[in-house]
Design a protein around this ligand. Structure first.
Ligand SMILES: [Zn+2]
Length: 450
């Protein structure tokens, strides 16, 4: 093992000055290792851009990816097989601020230590609730080497010693461009390039690090620049996205035995990097897709149950307000359209829209404010409140698409209720229903014009 480590350190000194050495393509090097002489290696599991997606809604098979309960199970199963595993997050666990978002933030902050994350970078979205998010719930791995924020203490570097004696040092850097109002919030951020020029060498020396890795939150261009300018950095795990709905994961940029690895959107996949420490240095990458074949980790259940309970409380609070709004509701339900549009109403009753609330109830989502909106009529705008208060406004009814019908039922002479593809896309979003096509779907529920 000693011997091997020495060789590996030799490789590293090369890696730090790659221009002085010529490398074979890593695939050729990797192929030299036979079964018996498998080089010692360690594994990095990485995530990022979770964007509050703590559990998939199950709205469609095509969108059934991700979630922390599956993530926890997948991490566990890698740890059972591999001795040296580092688990990292590249930031943007959160999305924006809302009452329910706060509950999810708490869930995530408590889930990180349960999944034994070694380090999590703070992305700009993670500042939605101020410093308390980073201080809460006993996760000690928040990293932001180039950022200062009163009230939150971030680590500069996290050093993890592997069983082989190798020390991996993780630095976390954030692009200041993502914080246009930084000074207003009392946040100060050093440009990543400046930080690395001035402090990388001493950080690595003081912490006696063998392999420096970087968690980076910013543009791909910047990540590429860092990879080019700082040969000492071997692995960059990058977070942040400008297109959170994008379904296609970004493949890594690999240059010889170094690389940039981009976190997938909305926690759909975990990235796995295998770093070989043998004579033949190599980085291998694969995606672990968190689909329905992965069962939820039971360790995550109590936390998730607590989240659900709090979400239900929030729902009830909203209900109280909703009951008052109901008294002046502009919604009248499909029943009221019956006298004049009988054929359309009977046709609608046979569609899945007419059962959307039952579907939700069978999934336990009917008390979740984040589910209800698309499965009922007029939620949050004076319509559906909850089953017991407004039984007549469950499901996706006429007024979900045509708008409140009180005035129209009283006087049908004025124009009312234009609906089109845009209307559908309020609910059939890219993330909830990726295969939505107006032409095909409208065919299934076509009415009117007769
Ligand atoms: Zn971001």
């Amino acid at each position: 093992m000693k011997n091997c480590r020495r060789k590996f350190l030799k490789f590293l000194s090369l890696a730090i000055f790659p221009l002085s050495a010529s490398f074979l393509p890593y695939t050729a090097l990797w192929a030299q290792g036979t079964e018996e002489a498998k080089p010692p290696s360690f594994t990095i599991l990485y995530t990022g851009n979770t964007l509050e997606e703590i559990k998939p809604c199950g709205c469609s098979k095509e969108a059934d990816f991700g979630g922390l309960p599956r993530r926890a199970a997948a991490i566990k199963s890698v740890r059972e097989k591999e001795k040296n595993v580092l688990v990292l997050d590249a930031g943007d666990s959160l999305k924006g601020s809302s009452a329910q978002g706060r509950l999810k933030a708490d869930f995530i902050a408590r889930a990180l230590p349960v999944m034994k994350y070694n380090a999590a970078l703070a992305g700009e979205k993670d500042f939605a609730y101020g410093p308390s998010f980073f201080a809460a719930q006993g996760f000690g791995g928040w990293l932001a080497s180039n950022l200062k924020y009163p009230g939150a203490s971030f680590l500069d570097i996290i050093v993890k010693e592997l069983s082989t004696g190798i020390r991996v040092g993780i630095i976390g850097l954030i692009d200041p461009a993502l914080f246009p109002n930084a000074s207003h919030a009392g946040i100060s951020i050093e440009p990543p390039g400046k930080f690395l020029k001035e402090r990388l060498a001493s950080l690595l020396r003081e912490n006696r690090v063998d392999i420096p890795a970087l968690l980076f939150h910013g543009s791909d261009t910047q990540a590429n620049e860092i990879l080019s300018e700082f040969p000492a950095i071997k692995i960059i795990v990058a977070g942040h996205t400008d297109d959170p709905e994008n379904e296609t994961p970004k493949e890594p940029v690999q240059r010889e035995e170094r690389g940039i690895f981009f976190a997938d959107n909305r926690g759909r996949r975990i990235g796995e990097i295998t770093v070989s420490q043998g004579e033949a240095p190599a980085l291998r990458h694969r995606w672990i897709t968190l689909d329905a074949s992965i069962n939820d980790d039971p360790d995550m259940e109590p936390l998730y149950a607590e989240y659900k309970e709090s979400a239900k409380k929030l729902f009830m609070e909203k209900s109280e307000k909703g009951k008052k709004a109901r008294e002046t509701s502009p919604y009248v339900s499909a029943e009221s359209c019956m006298p004049c549009h009988e054929k359309i109403v009977s046709g609608w009753r046979l569609t899945r829209h007419a059962r959307a609330l039952e579907t939700l109830e069978s999934e336990g989502g009917s008390f979740d404010p984040e589910c209800v909106g698309c499965h009922v009529t007029g939620y949050g705008s004076g319509g559906y409140v909850e089953r017991e208060v407004t039984p007549e406004l469950g499901n996706v009814q006429c007024e979900s698409c045509h708008g409140p019908g009180k005035e129209h039922t009283a006087d049908s002479s004025k124009p009312y209720g234009k609906a089109n593809e845009e209307t559908c896309r309020r609910c059939h979003t890219r993330s909830k229903d990726p295969r939505f096509s107006f032409k095909e779907y409208w065919e299934k529920i076509r009415h009117g014009g007769e």
